[in-house]
Design a protein around this ligand. Structure first.
Ligand SMILES: [Cu+2]
Length: 214
């Protein structure tokens, strides 16, 4: 073999090994068997330009696809992110309202007004246990039959999805009379403390407005 990287088969073979004339329909072993450059001439030499054009067109198509992906994927990610933020904002509008039992037998505030989808969280800051029991004669906001212990230092949460009223009381510190009105237990319907205060029935009401209402 001569130096300079020249092919013993001449320029034609060098072109073949570079893959410049693959459209002749000649397999690689066949090509090796060919003895002269003239034998390497493809009978359809005119197709070479066509092949090159086809490849150029394919390459351009691929470039267009890649370019579209570069634009499309970030756009898709941005749309997903916007959707997630909107969903989060929508959830955040569903507020949690707090009702506290201070160091005495009452719910404060007595009345809370919320929107459908909101939640109420009862927190017991008292040393005594209390309960949240629904007064179903007046309960139109769901959660009928609620009877939950609100232990000292604990909290419970109810979510209200339906407009209406949720009237409730603590069965340890109130009971319902024949008209379903909460009445404080103890002497003459009151709870007597050291100051002679008989207290009031431990009760409250949640008013649930339709979502978006004032
Ligand atoms: Cu109580």
């Amino acid at each position: 073999m001569t130096g300079g990287g020249a092919s013993p088969f001449g320029r034609g073979m060098a072109d073949v090994t570079r893959g410049n004339a693959p459209s002749c329909g000649t397999s690689e072993p066949d090509k090796r068997r060919l003895r002269s450059a003239s034998q390497m001439q493809c009978p359809r030499q005119g197709n070479t330009a066509g092949v090159a054009q086809t490849r150029l067109a394919e390459r351009r198509t691929m470039e267009v696809i890649v370019r579209k992906l570069f634009v499309g994927i970030p756009l898709l990610i941005a749309l997903i992110a916007i959707g997630a933020i909107q969903a989060l904002a929508h959830d955040q509008r569903k507020a949690v309202h707090q009702v506290v039992v201070p160091q005495e037998d009452r719910f404060t505030p007595f009345a809370v007004t919320i929107q459908a989808g909101d939640s109420v969280r009862w927190v017991n800051n008292d040393t005594d246990d209390h309960t949240v029991v629904s007064d179903d004669a007046f309960n139109t906001a769901g959660h009928q039959g609620t009877n939950q212990l609100l232990a000292s230092g604990r909290a419970i949460v109810l979510r209200f999805n339906h407009p209406g009223t949720f009237v409730y009381y603590c069965r340890f510190h109130a009971h319902l009379d024949s008209a379903n009105q909460p009445v404080a237990p103890g002497p003459e319907g009151g709870i007597q403390d050291a100051n002679g205060n008989f207290g009031t029935p431990m009760s409250g009401v949640v008013t649930v407005l339709p979502h978006g209402g004032d």
